[in-house]
Design a protein around this ligand. Structure first.
Ligand SMILES: [Ca+2]
Length: 453
């Protein structure tokens, strides 16, 4: 070995010592950070699935997710309508804190009677560091699929931390309906007969496949089961037959709710068919996780953004035993189905009765990912990890709601406060006992007052 050869050898040895993986071609150790799939359903009511008590809708896959994870019985949306709850999930703040206290739409759609709608902002501000931005900054690939409804194009998902936006618009419903043409500039039309819920699932599966080797956040925000009520015909037929064979309903089909009527029975075939397709979506996602080996390292969260539509716009579902539904600050408007599966941590089939709310996801997901909390951002959220691990409770004195809404469903502006740890009514007992559940709601005197610390 001459001097030149020696220098080359020693330089190479030094490099090998410094970067063994690079020089020897060893594979980079796999990134074991957990993936997240957040499945948000629009307008799905607390009792709209089998595991939450529906005897009409068939949801074997949502029930399977519950059987594999933890099901919450006292989980709340921060608002009884879409946009505010969506902001609360992504920003970890109560809607009143940022004054996004109403679903985003033209003023005339909110004006009711002699009341002037209170002011509210028409977008989630870009200054909010969203859950997606926090995960993206930590190296996660982030994908948004479905309904956004948090501002116009300047505020779309791609400006709020999502690498990919499939179908997310300022609309609060599918502008072209559930079949092509979708009239959605963020989603190319599929073939005739394609169903939107299935398509959004297809897109989600493609994302999962393409990103299976790196940590990701998939935020699948279905347009379903929001109006318009449209579903696959063969499923409608299935539930028509089922409805016709239900035992005769005893008692009123509707009961008064102020100037409205609240549906008391679940037997709408189209709505059932829409729920069925949502359930199929959950099943296909879970199967994909199983088939691709991702299931053990992917946290799956399931939630709805407000209560079931039971007192207006066709009233396709019932939230009994809860009072009222979407748009109201009674329990039917804000209590939600919520399931979290954290593989290896949540005990399969476990149930949690602790009151939790939609602002809690952000700190919870950071905690699960091993990322630092951002207390200045998710100021109204608490990490649910002690509940998921069953190592302790969460320290919260009360939950708060404030809704400026003066709309077709609730004629009043309302605030609500739920004291914790005050014992809540056990609503599962209500199923069997027929007792009328309690509510914690009162009219607001300060409809245009900003949240104060
Ligand atoms: Ca909604």
């Amino acid at each position: 070995m001459n001097r030149r050869q020696f220098l080359k050898f020693t330089a190479g040895t030094a490099l090998i010592a410094a970067l063994p993986g690079l020089v020897l071609g060893a594979e980079k150790p796999p990134d074991k950070r957990p993936n997240f799939i957040f499945i948000l359903i629009d307008d799905m009511g607390w009792t709209d699935s089998g595991c939450y008590g529906s005897g009409f809708y068939e949801t074997p896959n949502i029930d399977r997710l519950a059987a594999q994870g933890m099901r919450f019985t006292n989980a709340y949306a921060a608002s009884p309508v879409c946009s505010p709850t969506r902001m609360s999930i992504l920003a970890g703040k109560y809607p009143a804190r940022v004054n996004l206290t109403e679903w985003i739409g033209p003023d005339e759609w909110h004006a009711r009677g002699k009341l002037t709608p209170a002011e509210y902002i028409r977008q989630m501000p870009l200054e909010e560091v969203t859950m997606a931005e926090a995960l993206k900054a930590a190296g996660y690939t982030t994908c948004f699929v479905g309904k956004w409804h948090l501002g116009n194009e300047a505020y779309y998902p791609e400006h709020q931390g999502f690498d990919i936006n499939i179908g997310g618009l300022h609309y609060g419903w599918p502008p072209g309906g559930y079949f092509p043409p979708y009239e959605n500039e963020k989603l190319k039309d599929g073939p005739e007969g394609e169903y939107l819920t299935d398509r959004l699932t297809d897109e989600s599966l493609k994302f999962l496949h393409a990103n299976r080797d790196k940590p990701f956040l998939l935020y699948l925000s279905h347009y379903a089961v929001h109006n318009p009520q449209q579903a696959r015909q063969y499923l409608i037929e299935k539930y028509k037959t089922k409805a016709e064979n239900l035992p005769a309903h005893t008692g009123p089909r509707f009961i008064p709710e102020e100037k409205n009527q609240a549906r008391q029975v679940q037997d709408d075939p189209v709505y059932a068919a829409m729920i069925h397709s949502v359930d199929d979506s959950v099943g296909r996602i879970m199967n994909k996780l199983d088939d691709s080996g991702l299931a053990d390292n992917t946290v799956v969260i399931f939630m709805s953004d407000n209560g079931g539509l039971s007192t207006a716009e066709g009233s396709p579902t019932s939230n009994v035993p809860l009072r009222a539904g979407k748009g109201w600050l009674y329990e039917g408007g804000i209590r939600e189905p919520m399931i979290i599966k954290w593989p290896g941590v949540t005990k399969p089939g476990s149930i949690c009765h602790e009151p939790v709310t939609s602002t809690d996801f952000y700190p919870t997901m950071l905690d699960i990912a091993g990322l630092p909390q951002q207390p200045n951002q998710h100021v109204d959220g608490l990490s649910l990890v002690p509940l998921l691990r069953k190592t302790g409770g969460i320290k919260r004195k009360a939950l708060y709601w404030h809704s400026i809404t003066s709309r077709m469903m609730s004629a009043k502006n309302m605030t609500s406060l739920q004291q914790c740890p005050k014992k809540l009514p056990n609503l599962e007992e209500c199923f069997t006992s027929g007792k009328k559940p309690l509510t914690h709601t009162c009219p607001s005197q300060n409809r245009n007052k900003k949240w104060k610390n």
